[in-house]
Write a protein that binds this ligand. Structure first.
Ligand code: SAM
Ligand code: SF4
Ligand code: SF4
Length: 349
């Protein structure tokens, strides 16, 4: 087997063999979509009136497990140590635990996580944990049953997601991340009830600013509730104190409740920019590389993948070393704001 490059803990330094992009950023973090289909139709991501019900269910171009393993090995060789599986809805991918077992054994991958809407979690949590998955993020935008149903495009029940969270806890997942995208006038009133519910649970609730990803959600800045506003609202009810980041480039800013009831986080992708520390790449289920969440198009990796792990790693290093992306920093400027962006359900957040 080929030697795996040493990956000292960031930010101590990077061995010269690992590529840096044009802005000096290493590649550390891979978000990999395993399926482009989803059983929800959240309005901010995959609106029901824009995306047909059977979208992506029968994709012949989806990467196989063998291709995915080669891909992850290649990424690990050029510096990736964090891998997040996503979608679409990743729990719709058949035999997912088998894939997780293979990926958790890839040398260099120190942190394997998965993001899910939680609708199928109750039935799969145990198998996922047995396969080696240890970190789980569940998306949850409302506790109110009617609002939840409405926000999922009439597809989801909050009770099912809650049962999934309970099943995951019983299966051995500790400290889940619970992600809530807040939209002005839609689920703002769910923020305090969600905080109240998850305070003291051991799980970490994180509020995500509604982003201008994709083109089909009709995003408008007026719909964004900034992290600063949410922080103030929450802090006036339950005082909070800032925490240091867990690692450089962490996307969420962390706070702890003064009374010891745990932690919450805020992802301020619109109101604050963190492109300078962005060492993430994304790959769609059909094997396209996106070096920015807001990229308009991806690079097809399948040809390079077919040449095997070593050649693929070299190809990737070349692609990464040409990266210049910093969309958030440019968002205010007219040339960055217009044009097409890849849809979130294709690259998974
Ligand atoms: N289906 C899974 C889920 O919902 O957790 C995984 C894929 S989903 C695209 C990943 C994350 O992206 C979810 O937490 C979702 O809330 C978030 N997301 C989707 N569209 C978004 C948007 N426009 N702004 C902010 N977050 C968004
Ligand atoms: Fe599906 Fe997740 Fe997008 Fe909602 S956010 S439509 S659950 S992919
Ligand atoms: Fe990274 Fe692009 Fe987001 Fe900037 S806008 S943090 S480069 S994904």
């Amino acid at each position: 087997m080929n030697a795996v490059p040493q990956t000292p803990t960031w930010p101590l330094g990077m061995p010269p063999s690992l590529p840096l992009d044009r802005r000096g950023r290493p590649l550390r973090d891979l978000r990999l979509s395993v399926i482009e289909a989803c059983n929800f139709r959240c309005g901010y991501c995959m609106p029901a009136d824009q995306v047909p019900d059977d979208y992506g269910l029968d994709s012949a171009s989806r990467l196989s497990f063998d291709e995915i393993e080669t891909l992850v090995r290649g990424f690990a060789r050029i510096g990736v140590n964090k891998l997040r599986l996503t979608g679409g809805e990743p729990l719709l991918r058949k035999r997912l635990p088998e894939l997780i077992a293979r990926l958790s054994a890839v040398p260099g991958i120190e942190d394997l996580a998965l993001t899910t809407n939680g609708s199928l979690l109750a039935g799969q949590a145990e198998a996922l944990h047995r396969a080696g998955l240890r970190r789980l993020t569940v998306s949850l935008d409302a506790l109110d049953a009617d609002l939840f149903r409405q926000m999922s495009g009439g597809r989801g029940e909050v009770s099912t997601v809650m049962a999934g969270i309970d099943a995951a806890t019983r299966a051995g997942f500790h400290s889940l991340k619970i992600n809530c995208v807040v939209q002005r006038g839609i689920n703002e009133n769910q923020v305090l009830p969600l905080v109240e519910h998850f305070r003291g649970s051991g799980h970490v609730l994180r509020f995500i600013e509604y982003m201008d990803v994709g083109t089909c959600n009709g995003w408008q800045r007026a719909q964004v509730v900034t992290s600063a506003e949410l922080r103030d609202r929450i802090a006036s009810r339950w005082p909070i104190l800032p925490l240091d980041p867990n690692y450089r480039g962490e996307v969420a800013t962390r706070y702890r409740f003064e009374d010891g009831a745990g932690e919450i986080g805020f992802v301020s992708s619109v109101s604050e920019t963190f492109c300078g520390d962005c060492h993430r790449a994304r790959v769609s289920a059909d094997g396209h590389l996106y070096t920015c969440l807001f990229a308009s198009e991806g690079t097809d990796l399948r040809g390079a993948l077919a040449r095997g792990e070593t050649a693929f790693a070299g190809h990737l290093a070349g692609l990464w070393s040409r990266r210049v992306d910093r969309y958030s920093e440019l968002r205010g400027e007219r040339e960055a704001a217009k044009g097409r962006h890849v849809e979130m359900f294709l690259i998974g957040g």
